[in-house]
Design a protein around this ligand. Structure first.
Ligand code: ATP
Length: 325
């Protein structure tokens, strides 16, 4: 970062330069429909960040606003410390983005497509074409027409198109869309390796499980509003733990647990119990479950604490939001 950058950053209305993306009170309306509704985001540098929400939640619109492809109706934002739209060109020089699906000229080869894109960038972009194709694993198909590429290869070419600009920040709109399980795994590995290089990757998705596997931190968005954000580990620390137990005499086992000092909610399942313990449950509490059962001469065939997933957390958070205050 140059001295001018530091000065510009300090003067920026929305950023102090420490965040890859920062927004405050961002609003985008389409008539009476508020697609982005007062979004405050703080995305740390050097992580994979998931912008997670159902269809129509406003993910693509937020990305379009961030990239200056459509104007915001209210709020401020900065990318890599540069306020947008005031210093959009400067910000976007270090940003690579795929919005909607990556679009290419189908009759040109992968390499030719990157050459077209590089011609509009700084001269060094052309020199990065080979390395970018290699980086995403499609150098061996570089001379094939894009019309012959699979969806996964197009997504990779999209990432290669970002990499010719050597971006600090990549913004990928639904990068897992249309990929089979193997393609998702490849995309996930690629995103993690980009983060390992010190880049920041922001991706939108409606796939909770994929985001949990790929990202360090998330924002959950619903109807244009961010309802929670933070590191996944911190968010999950607030969820309850379910211990599945296969055992003899499930009815008696349940009765024993219910009169114990454990604050557990115990459900009967085929062949055993599902014991829900409150957030913050430690291994000692799980050991106590086993002690209570063994002490009551219940035979335990299997005891399995189920790690909370983003999906269970999401359901807990959204059901809480639905509760009357
Ligand atoms: N150009 C537009 N004109 C009018 N309404 C729009 C426009 N673009 C988006 N919207 C509306 O804004 C809301 C958010 O749409 P957006 O595409 O941002 O959601 P999304 O979370 O990306 O959904 P998806 O996962 O389905 O792509 C939707 O109600 C959509 O109909």
């Amino acid at each position: 970062m140059t001295a001018t950058d530091v000065a510009a950053t300090a003067a920026g209305p929305a950023g102090d330069g420490s965040w890859a993306v920062e927004t405050r009170g961002l609003v985008k309306r389409f008539g009476s429909n508020i697609a982005v509704n007062g979004v405050d985001l703080r995305i740390p540098r050097g992580c994979a960040f998931g912008y997670l929400g159902p269809n129509g939640a406003g993910k693509t619109t937020l990305i379009r606003v961030l990239l200056g492809l459509t104007g915001a109706d209210a709020g401020t934002m900065s990318l890599l410390g540069h306020p947008v739209p005031a210093r959009r060109d400067r910000a976007l020089a270090r940003v690579g983005a795929i919005v909607d699906e990556p679009r290419f000229h189908a009759h040109l080869t992968g390499r030719q497509n990157l050459q077209v894109l590089a011609a509009a960038r700084e001269p060094a972009a052309r020199d990065r074409i080979d390395a970018s194709l290699k980086r995403v694993g499609i150098l061996h198909r570089a001379e094939d027409r894009v019309s012959k590429y699979s969806m996964g290869m197009r997504q990779r070419l999209g990432v290669a198109a970002c990499l010719i600009g050597d971006p600090e920040l990549l913004i990928l709109d639904e990068p897992m869309n249309g990929l089979d399980p193997a393609g998702m795994q490849e995309m996930r590995d690629m995103i993690r390796s980009l983060v390992d290089e010190g880049r920041t990757v922001v991706l939108s998705s409606h796939l909770l499980d994929e985001v949990q596997r790929t990202c360090d931190a998330v924002a959950i968005v619903d109807r244009g509003k961010v309802i929670r954000q933070g590191p996944i580990a911190e968010l999950l620390a607030g969820t309850s733990v379910v211990v599945q137990v296969e055992c003899s005499e499930p009815d008696r086992a349940r009765a024993l647990l219910e009169v114990s000092s454990l604050s557990a909610s115990v459900g009967l399942e085929p062949g055993g119990l599902a014991i829900t313990l409150p957030a913050g449950t430690t291994r000692d509490v799980i050991a106590e479950v086993a002690r209570v059962l063994v002490g009551g001469s219940i035979a335990i065939y299997r005891l399995h604490p189920v790690q909370a997933s983003l999906e269970t957390w999401f359901l807990q958070v959204t059901s809480r939001l639905g509760d009357p205050e």
